[in-house]
Design a protein around this ligand. Structure first.
Ligand SMILES: Nc1ncnc2c1ncn2[C@@H]1O[C@H](COP(=O)(O)OP(=O)(O)O)[C@@H](O)[C@H]1O
Ligand SMILES: [Mg+2]
Length: 245
């Protein structure tokens, strides 16, 4: 049986406690195993990003428990959590979050700067390999503003991959991309998932969800549906179809 990596129990998140409080998550419990590819869906404001941020240890729940790989996150020191975020997790956001006027290579090298054990030469080699793996061998020295949206998102994915993470958290990774470019990004995610990387992705696009393996729907901070996708669509085939091949 696959190992349980993510296990949250009765998690709630309340913003602005008091009169104007917002209960972004309301008593959510969820288990995710190694190797899964999960989509979080739901209307705007339903709590998707809040849940993703808690799972990625970018934010903490107001109440409830989070066991990450069997260990209670609350009991882990701040520096150990930073290390987990930097080495075990990779993050991809809708707006790419790249440094402007900086080359693709420098953007991807960034997460490695926090690791003094990696030499300058190795840093460069790893960043180059990550950029090649997302199909950007020809764009390594291009600056952020010289790249298309799809290319920028691929640089962001290379940056998320450079530390060889076990889990990738992606918040609306295709939200700013046209459908053909979205399929390319999803193809990358499917390839990474095939290699064993656990992926948790927020999206509100139904066709994107069909390329993952499990659909979780949130409504007003609660999970209202959680279903396995039996035959995920193949992103590469969809890309070829969109190209008219
Ligand atoms: N930092 C915050 N401060 C106050 N309210 C917030 C904050 N972040 C999110 N919220 C509120 O929590 C609810 C869920 O937000 P969010 O998780 O961003 O939803 P989604 O990603 O599904 O659109 C919304 O009502 C939102 O306004
Ligand atoms: Mg959101």
């Amino acid at each position: 049986m696959a190992k349980c990596i993510i296990d949250i129990q009765n998690v709630s998140k309340v913003f602005n406690p008091g009169e104007n409080e917002v209960r972004a998550l309301n008593d959510v419990s969820l288990k995710i195993n190694a190797g899964e590819f999960v989509s979080l869906m739901g209307a705007s404001g339903s709590g998707k990003s809040t849940l993703l941020n808690i799972l990625g240890c970018l934010d903490q729940p107001t109440s409830g428990k989070y066991l990450l790989d069997g260990k209670e996150v609350n009991g882990i020191s701040k520096s150990a959590i930073s290390l987990i975020r930097n080495r075990t997790f990779g993050f991809v956001f809708q707006s790419y979050n790249l440094l402007p006027k900086t080359t693709a290579l420098e953007n991807v090298e960034l997460p490695l700067l926090y690791n003094s054990e990696i030499s300058k030469t190795d840093r460069r080699k790893k960043a180059e390999a990550a950029l090649i793996s997302v199909g950007l061998a020809e764009r390594i020295y291009h600056k952020t503003n010289e790249l298309s949206g799809g290319q920028q998102q691929r640089v962001a994915i290379a940056r998320a991959l450079v530390n060889e993470p076990e889990v990738i958290f992606a918040d609306e990774p295709t939200g700013n991309l046209d459908s053909k470019t979205s399929y390319q990004v999803m193809e990358l995610f499917q390839n990474l998932n095939d290699k064993g990387i656990l992926i948790v992705m927020v999206t509100h696009e139904p066709d994107i969800v069909e390329m993952s393996k499990r659909k979780i729907i949130l409504h007003d901070g609660k999970i209202i549906e959680d279903i396995k996708i039996l035959n995920p669509k193949n992103a590469h085939e969809l890309f070829l179809a969109a190209e008219g091949k």
